[in-house]
Design a protein around this ligand. Structure first.
Ligand code: N01
Length: 496
C-alpha cells in the first residue's frame, strides 16, 4: 500500500490546483491535459471563466495587442473578427477553449481560495477555500492575474459624492449616461477606450488627466469573411501570420530595453496622431507628454484624440483637490459639476496575492517575504515555496508584446518541472536562493538601462521604492531561450 507521501507522484494521480480561470489558468489546464495530466482542479472566485476579460465590460473595452498574437499558439482562432478584438470576442474565445478541451468538469466556480500551507514531510500543499473546504495538491499554479484589484485614488471627499460612481473594471451598466455630466478620472489604457465610446451620448464629459499618455494610431481592421475562411482552410498561413506579428512586435523591444533614444523617433508618430485630430493649441499642449515614450504604457487609439476634440468633452489637468457631493474641485479653485463619476484609475499591481496567504517551508510567508521586493526566479518560483508556481508573476509583464506568449513559456516550464518531479519521484522541488538572487540581480541591473527607469516618469510599473518588479527588461525571445531547458542545478529537491 502506498504511503501518503508516495501518493500523487509518478502516477497518473498528480493532483494540481490551479487558481484562476483567466487566460493563464485556462492555458495551464490545457497544457496539463496535453501532457496527459488529468488530475487537476481549477478554483475560480468568479461565477464565470474569463478573468480580466470577464470583469472588464466597460464600453469600448478591447485589446491593444493584435488578436492573432493575443491568443494561445496551441489554439489558433481563425474567427477573430478584427485585428484588435473587443472584449466580448476575447471572452468568447476563452469559453471556446474551455469547451474544446473539456475543462468544465475541472473548474469549480464561485470558489475563492484563501490559504495555502506547505507540509514539508509530505511535500503536499493544503489548500483552503473561503467556504472552509480543504484540498490537497502536489503542485499549485497561481494564475491570479495582476490587473484585478481596482485602485481608487486617495482624494479627499471621495465618499461624499452623491451620484453614481464606479471603477472602470466594475462598470455599472444600469447607470444611464445619456444626457449626464460625466467625469472620468485617469487617462490610461482603460480611459482612452471609455472616453470615445461614451462621449457621443453624454451631455458633457470631463476627463481629469494627471499625466498625458503617449497615444499612437491603432489602424484596427475588420477582417472580411474571405480572410477568416483563408485561415480556417489553410492553418499554416495563420501560423505564418502569427510569426509575422511576433517578429513585428518583438522589434519594438529595442526602444524599451536597448536604447530608449529610439523612442524619440517613435514619439513623432504620437505627436502626429494628436495634431491630426486636435487643432486647439491649448488642448494640444495639455495632451502632449513631457517624458520619453514607453516610460508608461504606450496606448493605441484612433478615436481618443478625436473624442477629446469634441465640443462636449473637456480635459482638466489642474489637479484634483477634493471630490464634493456633486462636483470635483480642482487645485486652481475651479469647481466642475459632475452627475456620474468614473474611476479609470488602474489596479494595485503589486498586490499579487490579494487576500491569499501562502505559507511555505519553515513557515515562511510569501507576502512578508516580498515586503522588501518581489524576488522570484523568472516570475514563476519564489525560493522557500516548493511546487508553487506563479503565472505572470514578478518581472514578466511586457510593454511591447503579447503577455500570452510569456504565459505559454511559463506553462511549458511548469510542465517540465512536473515531468522532472514525476520522473525522479520527487516529493518537492524548490528554487535555490542563489539561483533566485542571480536572476533578480541580472534583471534589476538590466532594468536600469530601460525606458521605464530612464524615461523620467512615475508609473504603476514601479514599486514604492522606485524598483521595477513588474516588467521583463528584455526581448521575449530571451525569456523563451533562458527557460527552454529545465536547469536541475537551480533547484533543491527532496525525493520520497
Ligand atoms: O490603468 P492605468 P488602466 N488623480 O494605471 C490616473 C491593462 N489594460 O486601467 O498616469 C488623478 O494605466 C493615472 O494617472 P498617472 C494595461 O496593462 C490593457 O487604464 O498615474 N489621476 C492614469 O492616467 C494597462 O496598462 C488593455 O498620472 C489618477 C490612470 O489613472 C493596465 O491594464 C486595456 C489618480 C490609471 O491608468 C491598466 O490600465 C485596458 C489620481 N489620484 C487596460 N490616480 C488592453 O487593451 C491614478 N490616476 C490589453
Amino acid at each position: 500500500m502506498q504511503s501518503r507521501q508516495q501518493r500523487h507522484v509518478g502516477s497518473e494521480d498528480f493532483p494540481v490546483v490551479i487558481v484562476g480561470a483567466g487566460f493563464a489558468g485556462i492555458g495551464m489546464a490545457i497544457r496539463l491535459k496535453q501532457e496527459g495530466i488529468q488530475s487537476f482542479k481549477i478554483f475560480e472566485a468568479g461565477s464565470e471563466v474569463g478573468g480580466t476579460w470577464r470583469d472588464n465590460t466597460y464600453p469600448g473595452c478591447a485589446c491593444d495587442v493584435p488578436s492573432h498574437m493575443y491568443s494561445y499558439s496551441f489554439e489558433l482562432w481563425p474567427e477573430w473578427p478584427q485585428s484588435y478584438s473587443r472584449q466580448p470576442d476575447i471572452l468568447r474565445y476563452l469559453k471556446h477553449c474551455v469547451e474544446r478541451y473539456g475543462l468544465e468538469e475541472h473548474i469549480q466556480l464561485n470558489t475563492r481560495v484563501i490559504d495555502f500551507q506547505f507540509e514539508e514531510d509530505t511535500g503536499l500543499w493544503h489548500v483552503t477555500t473561503e467556504a472552509g473546504d480543504k484540498h490537497e495538491a502536489r503542485a499549485v499554479v497561481a494564475g491570479l492575474g495582476p490587473l484585478n484589484k481596482p485602485s481608487f485614488p486617495n482624494i479627499p471627499g471621495r465618499d461624499t459624492f452623491q451620484g453614481p460612481s464606479f471603477h472602470s473594471s466594475e462598470w455599472k451598466h444600469d447607470v444611464e449616461l445619456a444626457g449626464q455630466r460625466v467625469a472620468v478620472i485617469g487617462t490610461g489604457a482603460s480611459a482612452i477606450q471609455i472616453v470615445p465610446a461614451i462621449a457621443p451620448k453624454v451631455k458633457h464629459l470631463n476627463v481629469f488627466q494627471r499625466t498625458p499618455p503617449w497615444v499612437v494610431p491603432r489602424h484596427s481592421k475588420i477582417y472580411p469573411s474571405w480572410f477568416k475562411a483563408m485561415f480556417r482552410n489553410m492553418p499554416p498561413l495563420q501560423r505564418l501570420f502569427r510569426w509575422f506579428l511576433y517578429a513585428f512586435l518583438e522589434l519594438r523591444a529595442f526602444g524599451f530595453v536597448v536604447t530608449p533614444k529610439v523612442m524619440e523617433l517613435a514619439s513623432r508618430l504620437g505627436q502626429r496622431n494628436a495634431r491630426k485630430a486636435i487643432k486647439d493649441p491649448e488642448l494640444l499642449r495639455k495632451v502632449t507628454p513631457n517624458y520619453t515614450m514607453g516610460c508608461k504604457r504606450v496606448l493605441v487609439s484612433d478615436d481618443y484624440f478625436p473624442a477629446l476634440a469634441r465640443d462636449n468633452v473637456s480635459v482638466t489637468d489642474t489637479g484634483i483637490q477634493e471630490i464634493r457631493e456633486n462636483s470635483i474641485l480642482c487645485n486652481d479653485g475651479t469647481e466642475h459639476p459632475v452627475d456620474v463619476l468614473i474611476y479609470a484609475t488602474g489596479f494595485n499591481v503589486y498586490d499579487i496575492l490579494g487576500p491569499i496567504t501562502v505559507t511555505g517551508r519553515d513557515k515562511k510567508d510569501l507576502r512578508t517575504t516580498w515586503e522588501d521586493g518581489q524576488s522570484s526566479y523568472y516570475g514563476i518560483h519564489a525560493a522557500g515555496f516548493p511546487n508553487f508556481f506563479l503565472l505572470v508573476g514578478p518581472n514578466t509583464g511586457l510593454g511591447h508584446h503579447s503577455l500570452v506568449f510569456m504565459m505559454e513559456v511559463q506553462m511549458n516550464h511548469i510542465v517540465r518541472c512536473i515531468q522532472h518531479m514525476r520522473k525522479h519521484q520527487l516529493k518537492w522541488l524548490d528554487v535555490t536562493e542563489s539561483a533566485q538572487d542571480a536572476f533578480v540581480r541580472r534583471t534589476q541591473e538590466r532594468m536600469q538601462k530601460t525606458v521605464w527607469i530612464q524615461g523620467g516618469c512615475q508609473s504603476w510599473y514601479l514599486d514604492d521604492k522606485g524598483r521595477n518588479f513588474s516588467l521583463w527588461p528584455g526581448f521575449t525571445m530571451e525569456y523563451w531561450l533562458q527557460l527552454r531547458h529545465f536547469q536541475p542545478l537551480h533547484f533543491e529537491t527532496q525525493t520520497l
